[in-house]
Write a protein that binds this ligand. Sequence first.
Ligand code: ADP
Ligand code: MG
Length: 670
Amino acid sequence: MSGIPVTELKGIGPKTAEALARLGIRTTEDLVRHFPSHFAFYPKPEEIGEISEEGLCAVAAAPQGPLNVIRRGRFVMTRGRFSDGTGSIDLVWYNMPWLKKSIHSDVTRVYCGKAQRKAGKLVLEQPAIFTEAEYEALTGRPVPVYPLTQGISNKTLTGAIGQALLRLPVQEDWMTEEERVRYGLCEEDTAVRRIHAPRDMQEYETARKRIVFDEFYSFLLDVRELKRRIMTTPSGYVMQTEPGMMEYRALLPFTLTEAQERAAAEICRDLEGGTVMNRLLQGDVGSGKTAVAAAALYIAFRNGYQSAIMVPTEVLAQQHYRTMQQLFSGAEHAPRLLLLTGSLKASEKRAAREAIRDHEADIVIGTHALIQEDVVFDSLSLVVTDEQHRFGVGQRELLASKGLAPHMLVMSATPIPRTLAVILYGDLENSVLDARPAGRLPVKNAVIPRKDRPKALLHIRKEIEKGHQAYIICPLVEESELSDEENVTDYSEKLAESFRGIATVGSLHGRMKEKEKQEIMDRFLRKEIDILVSTTVVEVGVDVPNATVMMVENAERFGLATLHQLRGRVGRGADQSYCIFVQGKRSETASERLEILKRSNDGFEIAAADLRMRGPGELFGELQSGELTFRLGDIYNDYGILKDAKALLDARTAQPDPGERPAGRRGVIL
Ligand code: ADP
Ligand code: MG
């Protein structure tokens, strides 16, 4: 069941179809599963004479004369006085000069927009325009607002979805009535129809609950099926882990922690076993996941196989490459390393691909360029992915589609609370690094207002005099008219000025070319840069143990997970480190969030606190780029539904006949 092509609907031409395709919509089935992102509530039209306050309002009025078009440079304003017999008000539109022709005097239309006080007088800014009949149909109920793309209006989409719903055959529910009652759910068919046209928000919530339940159930079922499949996939790469593991320990400049040893032993057992490994290695920032992963890579090499480690950014790929080069340089058996990233020259890429094919490289380190179609391995036995939550869902399937079944080790620092992780990944093999390397002092935290920044800078100065380095994070790249938040460009200039002769300042942000970014990171590593002013591009994985201060400007603007990741950039060496959150705008939620971070350095504890106290999922927003995305569901907000879905799955698995599964399934994750 996949529906009818959208082009068969009324009013959907090739152009619109193309735009819809950009939203991932090709069939009526896709249309009905394109859910509203929120709802608009149109107010009943008011008498103009009665409007006295700012805010959203609607008037049924006609212009008193022709509209005026006012141009100032590239700025165009269309303005006119409208009345409804009870009074008059000015309406203003920006950059829509054609309205002058399309709005005729004497014709009453409904105008809905924000009333704003300008020079003491109320004006209606940028109002939307409706016929009276059109507007009547919109009032008194929540009006769905859909995620859009260029070339598609909400009106077109709403119309298309309405048509699709009419053509949607009534489906038999995959859930029994008894089950629906048990979890307080409405029927699937009702849910899909109602969510697009609820009479009130209560009805919306009921519909949403059912759809979210189905999403979660599908996900959990996929994870379970994946696990079953993998557990039974025989491995083409059965390894001997000694003497590799012993040799590896001798190469390390430190002793593995107990937690690392435990995780390594679990991995070794997988590699020695007869089935393909599929293991999640969870550990807070700084817990030393890389050292564990490198053990597995080295063992694969000692067994004569190739392996790869995939990371989300080039900066991180370079860093891993360098760390491993250093680590293996003194080895009696040294694996040949190869770096493969998107920014290599075409000729370099070709050479890299050949080296991989001919097994002239043992360990390949790279970004997702690494699994692109034209890269062929001689004997890919193991794939490690770092900071997996930054990867899209498809990569894993791409590997599988090449007919490869390497061992998989997924490293994640996403602090998913344990209770949640058990539900989400309970069916997967899981190793947890629950302790950090010994001898690390806990990071000292401070939350300060902007006015105390000079004190913080003085502190940074002292640290630099001790030979240490610092990061300063700004939310913006350059100055913006829309925001008074700090930006990397101006900040680093000012800082360079005030630290002249005392410290070198470098800047880093995502708009730089990869080569430039790399050069800056290199200079920071070589201590040629003392203070690195950066956007959150340094957030993931960067490891410069000599840096002891992390200062975050406009800390209120970032989520808990990001702030915790940023803090993880310091406290990586033996010296005392500091994290300073500078709070710009004050708000209760921001203060609360910073308070949690100040109190605890433990990612799992922070995530658990977040889950307990937060409303709309703070962390979820940041997970969205990765694997835990659902169309409607939010693992934090909808935790209760998630638990129910898991309960149903367990109950059904215990029965001889597990029953049906939801339609509209999504790809398998992890
Ligand atoms: P993460 O888990 O955040 O990816 P890394 O693997 O980058 O952490 O390790 C953080 C730092 O700790 C690195 O500089 C690494 O060399 C160091 N490290 C890892 N394991 C140990 C250990 N057992 N003893 C001392 N230092 C360690
Ligand atoms: Mg890391």
